[in-house]
Design a protein around this ligand. Structure first.
Ligand SMILES: Cc1ncc(COP(=O)(O)O)c(C=O)c1O
Length: 380
């Protein structure tokens, strides 16, 4: 079974052996810029490539300020700290996400609340968010109080799953109404837009990741996007160990974090960023090939949602049921085509089992059926 899928994937990638889910592609100035970084001796947290990267990302995304970090998780952590999140506060997110979203919430001592996703976008559902808040929350003194736990719901982190934008404008409207800080986990969605605005630029802060499996990579890396100058300054300070700027004195004025992106990673990223437009075209071509192939099959290829432009970072299909999904995973992996189920739901993990959740019918439906298929760029 599924030999047609295996043959089709092999046809795209034109190779024998194991076809990975996602590989980075280094065909530009990567080695040149890394050598430049080494020759300059600026390989660590100071150097020109970090600044170049920040300004290129600001220009591309339309975000006024960009702060480069060691990874997306640290960017999430700082974004949450700057929402004045304190111990015991609550943060709404989706159960269908990568663990980093919830880890960052817990690093601040806060608790996640899990709300359902949309079937179409696989991202946080504004309808479910609205329903949950209208039933369980009340705004008092400019704060959103959870009527069940008595705690403050301080922030909300929707995620743009696999590079498909969630209905972020509607989510923002609801967060504004309930005085909840919106932070976007756009780790997977560099190059994805909602209503022609880049993902990660709707909330108070947004976060990108440049992990090795993302559309462009610095080996590791991430960044914070924000239009708020004061928050940007604080983020820069916190991510650089809160060192007070001075020519020779070494003084720190608060507990900071060593989260600044090293220049050597930024060198790799600047080269990768030069190829982003080509990568996006390349990925769209692969997605369209899959779409054509899956058109006549009984399972659905996940396409970019309405009003958006996806980066098609990681392609996905939705199988009939869990049984068919498991068979698909078994057969394709056996035949050397790497496929993967979506994440185990956050609310089912041992650390989060006691967290509050809304009804999760779409999340549970998707978790049993969604499978990622090989999505690397194709060398031309
Ligand atoms: C949804 C999501 N959030 C956060 C992260 C964390 O990014 P990083 O691995 O750069 O820390 C990732 C990816 O790795 C991710 O996919």
């Amino acid at each position: 079974m599924f030999d047609d899928v295996v043959d089709f994937v092999r046809g795209i990638y034109g190779k024998e052996g194991v076809i990975p889910l996602h590989e980075p592609l280094f065909i530009g100035n990567e080695k040149k810029y890394i050598n430049e970084s080494i020759d300059s001796t600026y390989v660590s947290s100071v150097g020109k490539f970090v600044n170049i990267l920040e300004s290129r990302i600001a220009e591309y995304t339309g975000s006024k300020f960009v702060i480069a970090t060691i990874n997306g998780t640290s960017a999430l952590h700082i974004s949450l700290l700057l929402s004045n999140l304190s111990q015991e506060d609550e943060v709404i997110t989706q159960p269908l996400t990568f663990i980093a979203t919830c880890n960052a919430i817990c690093y601040c001592g806060a608790n996640p609340i899990f709300i359902d996703v949309d079937k179409e976008t696989m991202g946080l559902s504004p309808d479910s968010l609205n329903l949950f808040l209208s039933e369980h929350a009340i705004v008092k003194n400019n704060r959103c109080l959870n009527k069940i736990t008595g705690k403050v719901i301080k922030a909300c982190i929707p995620m743009h799953t696999f590079g498909h934008s969630c209905r972020i404008s509607e989510i923002k409207e609801i967060c504004d109404k309930y005085k909840i800080v919106l932070i976007e986990d756009a780790a997977e969605s560099l190059g994805s837009f909602y209503k022609n605005k880049h993902t990660g630029t709707f909330g108070q802060m947004g976060v990108l990741s440049f992990n090795g499996n993302k559309i462009i990579t610095g080996g590791g890396g991430g960044c914070i996007l924000t239009d708020d100058e004061i928050l940007a300054k604080k983020a820069r300070h916190l991510t650089t160990t809160a060192k007070v700027a001075h020519k020779w004195k070494y003084t720190h004025d608060m507990i900071g974090y060593n989260y600044r992106m090293p220049n050597i990673n930024a060198a790799l990223l600047v080269a990768q960023f030069e190829r982003l437009e080509n990568f996006l075209i390349n990925k769209r071509e692969i997605a369209m090939a899959y779409k054509g192939f899956f058109k006549d099959k009984s399972y659905r290829f996940v396409e970019e949602p309405a009003n958006s432009q996806s980066n098609y970072w990681l392609n996905a299909i939705i199988l009939k049921d869990k049984e068919e999904r498991d068979l698909f995973l078994h057969e394709t992996n056996l035949k050397g085509v790497t496929t993967r189920p979506i994440w185990t739901l956050m609310n089912e993990l041992i650390m989060f089992q006691d967290c509050q959740s809304g009804e999760l019918p779409n999340t549970e439906w998707l978790e049993q059926r969604v499978v990622n298929i090989p999505s690397s760029m194709v060398i031309k």
